[in-house]
Design a protein. Structure first.
Length: 255
């Protein structure tokens, strides 16, 4: 299990303890041998953009077969109907590595499709996590915005939590919520190793590399990959993902 290697005290309320020298050494070793995830959220398209979305996601699929770091794709498409989501799952599922395709609950029929095709499911922060965990047997994660959410997610037996906003989200330039910061995410991961903490919101390749180097288990990106929104070309999306993966991999190699 990866542990953060950061040993500097921050003013953040969750960073009031400095890891010991032994913890730092173990964390550095874990960073080398364990994998971090780059999780890409799909662009969010209108039905007319279905084919373009399919092309972009298909272009990313071959990159999911590397291990360090691992690429995963989460479909979050609230404007598509159930048949369109099912078509995407059937088309993309065989292309991605096992565990490389996930569904956000905002997709129509997400729970049924995730169960039928053995995919992980992601819940909003406002959903009934306890009830969902009791009836959904597959991998399950949630959106979280502060430490209390992470504690509740861990208690519910969730596999992951997206913590946001870490920085200013590229896909939400008018988001006025306070930024949590990189150190906040790292401390949460250090204190709660049972659950994977993914940093979301304004994550550039440089930020992703720093988080990986310090023990972060994963980052989530949308605007950094689909910079043109639904009009992003497959090559643009692939090039952006390669930039993230290269930054994260080179950082792990340096450690």
């Amino acid at each position: 299990m990866k542990q953060p290697t950061e040993g500097v005290v921050s003013s953040d309320p969750v960073t009031d303890e400095i890891p010991s020298g032994l913890e730092i050494m173990l964390a550095l070793l874990a960073t080398v041998v364990a994998s971090s995830d780059l999780l890409v959220l799909s662009a969010g398209v209108a039905p007319s953009g279905l084919e373009q979305l399919h092309s972009c996601c298909s272009a990313l699929a071959p990159l999911s077969h590397r291990e360090h770091p691992r690429l995963r794709l989460m479909l979050r498409e609230p404007e598509l109907d159930r048949q369109q989501i099912k078509w995407l799952v059937q088309e993309l599922g065989p292309l991605f590595a096992p565990g490389g395709l996930l569904l956000h609950e905002r997709c129509m029929g997400a729970r049924e499709l995730a169960t039928a095709y053995g995919l992980g499911l992601h819940l909003r922060s406002t959903s009934d996590w306890e009830a969902e965990r009791s009836c959904f047997r597959g991998p399950l994660g949630v959106s979280a915005h502060h430490k209390a959410d992470v504690l509740r997610a861990r208690a519910c037996g969730m596999q992951w939590a997206f913590v946001s906003p870490v920085c200013q989200p590229a896909s939400k330039p008018r988001d006025a919520r306070p930024h949590l910061g990189e150190q906040y995410v790292l401390r949460l991961q250090h204190d709660h190793p049972e659950i994977d903490i993914y940093a979301l919101g304004g994550i550039s390749p440089e930020v992703a590399a720093r988080l990986v180097a310090r023990g972060g288990r994963g980052v989530v990106v949308l605007g950094g990959v689909f910079r043109g929104g639904a009009s992003t070309s497959p090559q643009q999306a692939r090039d952006a993902v390669v930039s993230y993966l290269s930054s994260m991999a080179s950082c792990s190699e340096e450690v």
